[in-house]
Design a protein around this ligand. Structure first.
Ligand SMILES: [Zn+2]
Length: 271
């Protein structure tokens, strides 16, 4: 599943030479839905528009045109590919937008959990209404996490993966950050100390920055999209290391399931 660093990488890739793309000449939908139906107006509204900027909010790609905000969520297996010249349709290509420069972007999504939306500029974006802060922005601070976690009995791992608390902390990053901060994933959120909140926030930022630096290396390989493999495996300290020795204390790493997701931790180092 593309996580925040992968979406950021896709954003950077598509942003290259944005100013030379030209207007959108043609929008082609190869089917009427992904996870949800494409907005009916999609084709007519986008044709003739120019993409002014591309940004990211949580795991949404946000394309800004003169009149619209066009959102794309990659779901589990969504990917964009850039082409020049004739379109070479491949299996699972669902959407294509061609520009007057002769270049085009093709959206491919084998499992079709991705979706797009088109919102008239100035209208509120419902998808963003309940999203917490971006993890790398200063609004996501230890004081914020500490205050937010008071009276919350949910395990801390589930808590930091809750998009209403903070966006973009996926399953792997949550395990990694908790290990780095030496906080037990099953700890009740309200029992987090100020010091732990501080360590956890800086660990989340560090883990995500590191992933961003490796440039979304997983983006090419969706063979194991379900198993969440292929994500910066080379640098993982605890994820998928069940039974292997902890890098710090050598005790075997434990694996548990929380909210249906695998969690890996060291019962000796994390409290
Ligand atoms: Zn350990």
């Amino acid at each position: 599943m593309p996580e925040l660093p992968e979406v950021e990488t896709v954003k950077l890739g598509l942003s290259k030479n944005l100013e030379t793309l030209g207007r959108i000449e043609q929008v082609k939908l190869f089917r009427k839905d992904l996870r949800f139906e494409f907005p009916k107006k999609m084709k007519n509204a986008l044709e003739g528009q120019k993409i002014l900027s591309i940004s990211r909010r949580a795991k949404y790609l946000v394309f800004e045109t003169q009149d619209y905000v066009w959102l794309c969520h990659l779901g589990m297996t969504g990917a964009w590919r850039q082409e020049t010249g004739d379109h070479q349709k491949q299996p699972h290509d669902h959407f294509r937008v061609s520009f007057e420069s002769g270049r085009s972007w093709v959206y491919r999504d084998p499992r079709r959990f991705g979706y797009m939306d088109l919102i008239k500029k100035g209208s509120s974006i419902v998808w963003f209404e309940h999203l917490g802060p971006e993890p790398l922005e200063s609004s996501f601070s230890s004081e914020y996490l500490f205050q937010k976690s008071r009276n919350k009995k949910a395990p801390i791992k589930n808590f930091i993966m809750d998009q209403k608390v903070v966006v973009g902390v996926g399953n792997i990053y949550a395990s990694e950050a908790l290990y780095m901060a030496r906080v037990k994933p099953s700890k009740a959120s309200h029992r987090l100390t100020r010091k732990q909140a501080e360590l956890l926030v800086s660990s989340i930022k560090m883990v995500l920055k590191k992933a961003l630096k490796s440039g979304g290396s997983s983006i090419r390989d969706y063979k194991n999209a379900d198993a969440e493999m292929g994500y910066f495996q080379q640098s993982l300290k605890v994820y998928d290391r069940a039974g292997k020795p902890c890098f710090s204390c050598k005790k075997p790493i434990k694996k548990i399931t929380q909210a249906g997701r695998s969690t890996f931790y060291c019962s000796n180092c994390q409290v």
